[in-house]
Write a protein that binds this ligand. Sequence first.
Ligand code: UD1
Length: 337
Amino acid sequence: MRRTIVTGGAGFIGSHTCVELLAAGIEPVIVDDLRNSEERVLEGLEKITGRKPVIHRIDCTDAQALNKVFAAERPDSVIHFAADKAVGESVRDPLKYYHNNIGSLATLLRTMAKHGIKDIVFSSSCTVYGEGDKLPVTEDSRTGAAASPYGYTKVVCEQMLRDASAADADLCVVMLRYFNPIGAHPSAHIGELPIGVPNNLVPFITQAAAGLRDKLTVFGNDYPTRDGSCIRDYIHVVDLAKAHVLALQWIAKQNAPLCEVFNLGTGQGNTVLEAVHTFEEVNGVKVPFVIGPRRPGDVVAMYADTAKSLKVLGWRTERTLADSMRDAWRWQQALGK
Ligand code: UD1
C-alpha cells in the first residue's frame, strides 16, 4: 500500500482526508502533536475506517523527530496541513505564526529532500487573494496582499514551494487553495473542534443553536451584497478531503516535476444570512442572532472559479450548503458540549 505522511492529520481537514485516503487505498501516517485537536478524533477515525490510525506525536518544526519518522515510515508522499489558523490570534502573536507555519514547511521540505521524497500537497487558502481582483477568483488572480499575518504565512509558504520547486528538478508540488471549509463527516464521528470561542461562522452557528453561546453576531449588514452581509464560498469538508486524494493520484500520473495551484471551492457565493437561514431550514432549529459591526479585515465577497480543478483533477463538489449545515449540526449534537 502506498503511504503518505499527513501532517496535521488529527485536525479538521486532515482527519477527513485520512478517511478518504484509506478509502482510496493509500495509508495515511499522521504527524500531529494534538496541540489543536483531541484524542476523540483518533477514536472517530478508528470508528469510521475500522483501523487504528498510525500517529507520531511530534512538532513539525522538530527536524530530528521528523527525520526519525521519515526513516521509520518510508513514505511515498506528503500532505502538509499542520499550521496555526486563527486569524485574530495571528494579529496578536504574529511570530508564533511565522515560526510555526513557515518553520514547519521549511523543515518538512528539507526532510523530504534528505529522504528523496518528491511529492507534496500543501494546504493553502483563498486568503492569498486578499480582496480578490475579480470574482470569481481564478488561480492566476493577483495574490500577495493578505489581510493578516496568518494570511501572509500562506503567501510565503506558497513562494517557498515555488522556489524549492525551481531549485529541485524533481519536486512535484500541488498547492490547494481552500475557500471556507465547513460541515463534518456524515457519521458524526469526526468534525471541527474549535478551541474556546469559535472564530469561524459555522462552529459559532452550531454552538449558538445548541445554546452554548448566547447569540451569533453577524458582522455587518451594510456591505454591497444582496442582503448586506459578506459573501463566502462554503465547501463541505468531505468534498475538500477528496480533492487531496485526486491531487496525489494526479501527481503520480504526471511522472514529471510540477508546481501547480488549484482553487477548492464550490464556485457559489453565499451570504452570512443565507448560511444562517439554510442552517435553520435544514435542521428545523433557530439560530439566535444580532447584527453587529463589520469585523476588521473581512473581505466583502470571495468565491472560487473552479474550472481548473475540474479540468485537470476531475474534481467537483458533490455536497450542497444544506448538506454541510446538516452534517455540522449532527456533529455538534454528537459532541454534546
Ligand atoms: C478566515 C480566513 C481564511 C481561513 C479561515 C479559517 C481571511 C480573509 N480568511 O476566513 O483564510 O482559512 O478563516 O480559519 O483571513 N462571521 C460572522 N459572525 C461570526 C463569525 C463569522 O458574521 O461570529 C462572518 C464573517 O464576517 C465572514 C463569514 O462569516 O463574512 C465567514 O467568516 P469565517 O468563518 O471567520 O471565515 P473567513 O473570515 O471567511
